[in-house]
Ligand binder design. Structure first.
Ligand SMILES: Cc1cc2nc3c(=O)[nH]c(=O)nc-3n(C[C@H](O)[C@H](O)[C@H](O)COP(=O)(O)OP(=O)(O)OC[C@H]3O[C@@H](n4cnc5c(N)ncnc54)[C@H](O)[C@@H]3O)c2cc1C
Length: 460
């Protein structure tokens, strides 16, 4: 039985860098991957979707070219095979880089196969049994297929399989009006598909403030995306009216309503890949959703076993998975007691214009009982946005009216996935907004309005 100092299960956003740190520190490391090096982000998540977002933006700007005095002859056409080839090339380069790095890493052995726990110190991979005193789980997650009547009987796509599409659907039906669903909705609408989004809740991206949710909905609707909220009683079947292959039906005000489409994407949430890990043989505690329960230093209930990334439920992003790696490495190798609770929630929604988010929503800030102040500004009053012809959206900053602490921000507008970092850094520095209010920013940028907004708070 090969014995190691550390076994890492999964080569996602935490596992691979952790292998690098541990092996670099002279430890004997085994890393196991059952599918593609780099995991979700590189192969079916951030990287390929953001290349598609870039292609969709190019299509949109080509359509708008005349507004900018640029003459393009003829209608915009999408070569979906090229779009896909570009996404595949960017993902492939990243995946190959990780694979080569791990394969060539001193002190590290790569196992290709599915790892399952045998007990708290050993895992089986194919015919091999590996053992180690420390085991790090970085198995990520996958799309949930909800219990929707008829779903099993019709062809459907997930965020993984939609990456294989090299044609533009005639009409893409999307179940799920949150981050994954909305990014694909706008991408394929801009590629020329008809798109209908079905959201069971009363509004899109429910965890955001209502005004942000409404603004995102307005942006997507203005591009011709059909959005059905409060879509109760969802069912799926074969299309029968000749308009397409798939029908999604839901309860409407006047009875059952059906929408017919050519393709169906299910984007209704994700679940951790812990159902086929035999974690119970090691005595690892999971919650009802299959999430591995960890403490603030990402230790499971079993001594010597850690869980990092999406599978621990403490984040659902590449940057949180990578930060998990940093926390574990700091504790084990640097005598630096870093903690998950030091992390401020940050993320972006990559519709165009993007939503950059940090910290609390206005709604959640008010629930803390503090005296909350907000500052908002429409993008139509941002010079750079006007110059770029991208004035959709608005920015909102939320602060504690008494201490001046910035509690959160939702910046929906051109460049806002980058602009938000100015606020993230102030929040990490734990500085009141008054201290950065007089900062002079570069003109013309979107960021130059942040000091103005910080001088313009009103009670929430
Ligand atoms: C469509 C989409 C778009 C996204 N866009 C963004 C974005 O723009 N920004 C962002 O920050 N996040 C984004 N995310 C989320 C991001 O991709 C994930 O949070 C991130 O990849 C999580 O990394 P991880 O290390 O936890 O797991 P993963 O990257 O999923 O890696 C887990 C690895 O473990 C392997 N594995 C699983 N079980 C086993 C086993 N038993 N044995 C061996 N190997 C196993 C898997 O094959 C996989 O390679 C997106 C996700 C999706 C679905």
């Amino acid at each position: 039985m090969p014995s190691y100092d550390a076994i890492i299960i999964g080569t996602g956003q935490a596992g691979s860098p952790l292998a690098g740190r541990l092996a670099g520190a002279g430890q004997k490391v085994a890393i196991v991957e059952r599918n593609l090096f780099g995991g979700t982000c590189v192969n079916t998540g951030c990287t390929p979707t953001k290349t598609l977002v870039a292609s969709a933006k190019a299509a949109q700007m080509a359509r708008r070219a005349a507004e900018f005095g640029v003459v393009l002859d003829g209608p915009v056409k999408i070569d979906m095979k090229k779009v896909k080839a570009r996404a595949d090339a960017v993902s492939g380069a990243s995946r190959d880089g990780i694979g080569k790095w791990l394969d060539g890493m001193a002190n590290c052995t790569v196992y290709r196969g599915h790892a399952r726990f045998l007990d708290r110190r050993s895992v089986r991979v194919g015919d091999e049994v590996l053992s180690a005193d420390r085991i790090f789980i970085n198995v990520g997650g996958r799309a949930i297929l909800p219990e929707i009547p008829g779903l099993a009987g019709v062809p459907h796509l997930t965020n993984s399989t939609i990456m294989d599409l090299d044609v533009v659907p005639d009409h893409l039906l999307i179940i799920g009006g949150s981050y994954v669903g909305l990014e694909f909705a706008q991408i394929y609408r801009r590629f020329g598909a008809r798109v209908t989004v079905f959201e069971a809740g009363p509004r899109l991206i429910r965890r955001e403030d209502e005004d942000i949710s409404r603004a995102v909905s307005d942006i997507l609707t203005a591009e011709g995306i059909d959005i059905v909220v409060d879509a109760a009683g969802l069912a799926v079947g074969r299309g029968t009216n000749g308009a397409g292959g798939i029908a999604v039906s839901h309860d409407g005000p006047n009875g059952l309503k059906a929408v017919f489409g050519s393709h169906l994407l299910v984007a209704a949430g994700r679940r951790p890949n812990t159902d086929d890990l035999d974690a119970e043989k090691a005595g690892i505690a999971l919650d009802a959703h299959g999430t591995i329960i960890v403490d603030d230093a990402l230790r499971t209930n079993v001594d010597g076993i850690w869980a990092l990334g999406d599978c621990n439920g403490r984040g659902a992003f590449t940057h949180t998975a990578y930060n998990d790696f940093e926390i574990v490495a700091a504790n084990l190798l640097d005598n630096d007691p870093r903690r998950v609770s030091d992390r401020i929630p940050v993320y972006a929604l990559y519709v165009d214009p993007p939503l950059g988010r940090v910290g609390l929503t206005e709604t959640d800030a008010k629930k803390t009982g503090r005296r909350v102040a907000v500052s908002t500004r429409p993008m139509s009053r941002v010079n750079r946005a006007i110059e770029k012809g991208e004035t959709q959206g608005f920015m909102k900053i939320v602060a504690d009216a008494d201490s001046g602490e910035i509690l959160g921000a939702a910046l929906l507008g051109t460049g806002c996935d980058e602009v938000v970092h100015a606020l993230i850094d102030v929040m990490y520095a734990k500085r009141p907004y008054q201290q950065v209010r007089r900062g002079v920013h570069i003109h013309p940028t979107v960021s130059e309005l942040l000091p103005t907004m910080l001088g313009d708070f009103r009670p929430s």
